[in-house]
Design a protein around this ligand. Structure first.
Ligand code: 6LW
Length: 493
């Protein structure tokens, strides 16, 4: 098997994976976006297809107060006795909960809350008992991984919460998972922060509650010493054994924009590295680093090329489109060649429910095009990182084309064409370093802006850039989007 990382591209952070029979299932964080927690299926760990979302109803998740980077943090997916469980934190209300389903293609349950704090919850099943693990602090305020036993039907705690492991001393101990492989229990974490110093560590014990012995080779995965390498920030992930006895670590990492520019704006993406064992210790990747490509001749199969021409005809509202805090279906009319959006007064600078359909920018180089017909206050395309970092190309209610750059406390609007039109086709050409803005048919660009000002290093936070089609107007006018395409030459060769 030859494959390239990331195996799932664009903002899909904090992957967790489980095996159920011959198939694998993966979930990721979604923060303020709705539906929440995308769910992927694979038969070989390398090729992933999104089959839906775990969170599809407002009753499962209240994101009303969720700004960018709050809301849903790292989820864990587990399969036990015919039932799938997805456990996560809603950071906006500071609560951990899980939902479950017996039909992976169907709806998931209402939330079951667990009264243990911290983030990055995980579940460990042993026979009919269930243990709940998360990060947090001990009684002296020292950061650690903690665990309690719960009653899986109700979420009720059956034991007190006790510290399990204090990690290796890196900052921000998080992303815990407990496993039993052979005779040992393994407690895995991520430390160092989800930036350039991110790393994966673990420890083992013959007892579930420890004491744990740290792996002598920790960190077992980190790219922190690979200066100038495109893939950085390797960390937070989940270990899985496949049906053929191969071991893998599925984890997050990000692609930086240039060898000498330590910025990334696409968010954290899903990568896969092989795992091997020695003396009941496991080791990851290439000498503990995550690489952009792997050639594993002992594993059959091949990575399928990704479909990189996305249009209204092949995008699915159930899997591809994301909305801010809730999906208010009555505002959107999705057709195979057209999207009609009923504008709302809420804009993309604040909270609320802007009329906005968003899709992840999944490649550094992409061409984005869309025709917009509107007399809304504004309607157009936003290249959106968060409320304070976005580039917007839109038509206003005077029929003018406006390009607006918003970077932190500076927002600059340029009327680039004052032509009194109500229909225009916009094109945005993204390369790793810049966005170039055009009107179709005009050779001269309207403007050009750096990708790095939308990066996680500038904007902070945990999300990545989304391409948004949006409309703002207090009178709820309709904006019509046609001829939409999001293309990339060839991501995986
Ligand atoms: C997540 C934490 C992290 O909960 O980022 O990479 C946080 N690690 O574990 C949000 O994605």
């Amino acid at each position: 098997m030859k494959y390239q990382n990331p195996v799932v591209r664009g903002m899909y952070p904090d992957p967790s994976v489980c095996r159920a029979g011959d198939k694998y299932y993966m979930v990721c964080s979604t923060f303020q976006y709705f539906p929440g927690v995308p769910l992927f299926e694979s038969v070989d760990m390398v090729n992933w297809k999104q089959i839906g979302h775990c969170i599809t109803r407002k009753s499962q998740l209240d994101l009303e107060k969720a700004q960018t980077t709050t809301g849903v943090y790292a989820p864990t997916i587990r399969y036990h006795k015919g039932r799938f469980y997805m456990v996560t934190t809603n950071v906006s209300v500071d609560r951990n909960f899980y939902i479950y389903t017996d039909d992976i293609y169907g709806e998931w349950s209402e939330p079951v809350f667990v009264e243990q704090g911290g983030i990055d919850p995980s579940l460990y099943f042993e026979d009919d008992r269930c243990f709940f693990i998360s990060n947090g602090e001990d009684e002296n305020g020292v950061s650690c991984i903690r665990m309690c036993e719960i009653e899986i039907e109700t979420g009720r705690k059956l034991s007190e919460t006790k510290p399990l492991w204090y990690g290796t001393g890196g900052r921000y101990i998080e992303a815990p998972h407990l496993y039993k492989f052979g005779k040992y229990y393994y407690i895995l974490d991520a430390e160092g922060g989800t930036e350039y110093g991110h790393m994966v560590n673990y420890a083992r014990s013959e007892s579930m509650w420890g004491p744990f012995e740290s792996c002598p080779e920790n960190p077992v995965l980190t790219n922190r010493n690979l200066g100038g390498y495109q893939l950085q920030g390797a960390g937070h992930g989940d270990v899985v054994e496949d049906k053929n006895g191969n071991w893998w670590f599925m984890h997050l990492a990000f692609r930086q924009i240039d060898r000498w520019q330590p910025f990334h704006h696409l968010g954290r993406e899903v990568c896969l590295v092989p795992v091997h064992w020695k003396d009941d210790w496991f080791y990851m990747g290439e000498d503990g680093t995550a690489r952009l490509s792997y050639d594993l001749p002992q594993i059959p199969g091949k990575q399928e090329p990704l479909d990189f021409c996305k249009t209204f005809a092949n995008l699915d509202v159930k899997t591809d489109w994301c909305f801010f805090r809730d999906y208010q279906a009555e505002k959107y009319e999705f057709g195979t060649d057209c999207l009609k959006i009923k504008a709302s007064a809420d804009d993309i600078f604040g909270l609320g429910y802007p009329s906005c359909a968003a899709i992840r920018q999944s490649e550094l180089e992409m061409d984005i095009a869309c025709q917009i017909e509107s007399r809304c206050k504004e309607a157009g395309i936003s290249i959106f990182m968060d409320e304070k970092h976005h580039y917007d190309l839109f038509l206003n209610d005077a029929g003018e084309v406006v390009l607006r750059y918003t970077i932190g406390c500076v927002s600059k609007e340029m009327v680039t064409r004052s032509v009194n039109i109500d229909k225009v086709k916009f094109c945005i050409k993204a390369d790793a370093l810049h966005y170039h803005f055009f009107i179709e048919g005009m050779e001269e660009e309207l403007g050009c802006a750096d990708t790095k000002y939308l990066s996680s290093e500038v904007a902070m936070g945990f999300t990545g850039v989304m391409v948004c089609l949006y409309a703002v107007d207090a009178d709820e006018k309709i904006a019509v989007f046609t001829d939409f395409s999001l293309t990339h030459e060839e991501a995986v060769k």
